[in-house]
Design a protein around this ligand. Structure first.
Ligand code: NCD
Length: 358
């Protein structure tokens, strides 16, 4: 088995994502991740296993006895939520997922309240957290930081797992997991996810959820991906290259209405203007045609769904909110279940829960 203790940071960093995958796996041979850093770590088998576990946890949690059983499964573990970028859902759903499994948590939500403010390096901060906790769930504006921290910890006396809860403009693997879980649940009694058409709309250039989900969708058969955005915010070249290399059918367009008509899922995203190089740059882009409202809703198929990682601004009109095809509320709750599944799996408790008597 490949180990992070047997490769230098420089050599590891230089590898492609698929080549990095074996270094990040659980040692039990299951192929499931120990450190969860990017979407390329999940193949179809891993996704199906996690979704089955999330379903199981959701079911067990319905009864008081089941919920109390789950609360005991990881009652011996502590997790640190280390968020140095704003977050509501990702923070809270990880917190709730930990609570479901009985994990005690600690948190830093603002680097200004930690010793990083006094000049402590990320490496030293993470080493500090690892002294007190058994897992670090981290969000950072820095691309690749979670990877570096995973390497650092693996080469320390406390090699605890890292979960990437959003890294810069780059990846958001756990969001992609909840998006896949939502898609699978939405189509499970309607012929499944294979062969569907998924449209991404909004700021595809800087949306990390788009990159991670686009990759996860390539694990399914015959899924077409449509990218709808203004030219300056279109899907980045690295995403397109992966699709082209894998022979995935995709289309790049500015026509949301035409895409809506043929889509099984429309995944809306907000303009990520926190990344503007000069304040107000995004406001100069005409985004009026990249919003989902009553007209688009009228064009959407009856079994199709509207998704959004949230937070939303005005890219989905509130008149859509009560339509049964508006899946963004359920999508948010799915995040709690799939994150509970991922955390249980990371600690090696997937089979225990799958096979328990509840
Ligand atoms: C997303 C993120 O942080 O990338 N939010 C989330 O985690 N649900 C999307 C966004 O901020 O637009």
């Amino acid at each position: 088995m490949a180990k992070l203790t047997e490769i230098s940071w420089e050599d590891f960093e230089a590898l492609g994502l698929e080549a990095k995958k074996p270094f990040l796996e659980l040692p039990d041979g299951s192929g499931m991740p120990y450190h969860t850093l990017f979407a390329q770590q999940f193949d179809r088998n891993a996704l199906e296993k996690l979704c089955a576990l999330a379903n199981r946890i959701r079911f067990i949690n319905k009864s008081k006895e089941g919920a109390l059983y789950l609360k005991n499964v990881l009652a011996h573990k502590r997790a640190m939520l280390y968020f140095s970028q704003p977050s509501s859902r990702t923070f809270l759903s990880h917190l709730a997922a930990c609570q479901i499994l009985g994990i005690t948590t600690g948190s830093v939500r603002d680097a200004a309240t930690s010793s990083e403010f006094k000049g402590e390096s990320h490496e030293d901060s993470v080493r500090t957290f690892s002294s007190y906790f058994d897992m670090i769930i981290m969000r950072s504006p820095e691309r690749g930081l979670a990877e570096k921290m995973a390497w650092e910890l693996s080469n320390s006396e406390r090699p605890i797992p890292i979960l990437n809860a959003g890294s810069g403009k780059d990846q958001h693997p756990t969001q992609a997991l909840l998006d896949i879980y939502t898609l699978i649940r939405s189509f499970e009694n309607k012929g499944g996810l294979d062969g569907r058409t998924v449209t991404f709309c909004g700021d595809l250039m800087r949306g990390r959820t788009v990159r991670s989900l686009s990759y996860l969708l390539t694990n399914f058969t015959g899924i077409k991906q449509i990218f709808v955005a203004p030219k300056d915010l279109q899907v980045p070249a690295d995403v397109v290259m992966i699709l082209a290399k894998k022979g995935i059918d995709f289309e790049v367009t500015e026509d949301l209405k035409a895409a809506t008509k043929v889509s099984d899922a429309v995944y809306m995203t907000r303009i990520q203007d926190e990344w503007d190089s000069a304040k107000g740059d995004s406001a100069k882009i005409d985004t009026s045609r990249f919003k989902f409202g009553a007209e688009e809703l009228a064009l959407l198929g009856k079994d199709a769904i509207i998704m959004h990682p949230l937070p939303r601004r005005d890219e989905i009109a509130t008149c859509c909110d009560h339509d049964p095809r508006a899946m963004y509320w359920r999508q948010m709750r799915n995040g709690m279940w799939i994150r509970a599944a991922l955390i249980a799996s990371t600690f090696g408790f997937a089979d225990t829960i799958m096979n328990c008597g509840y």
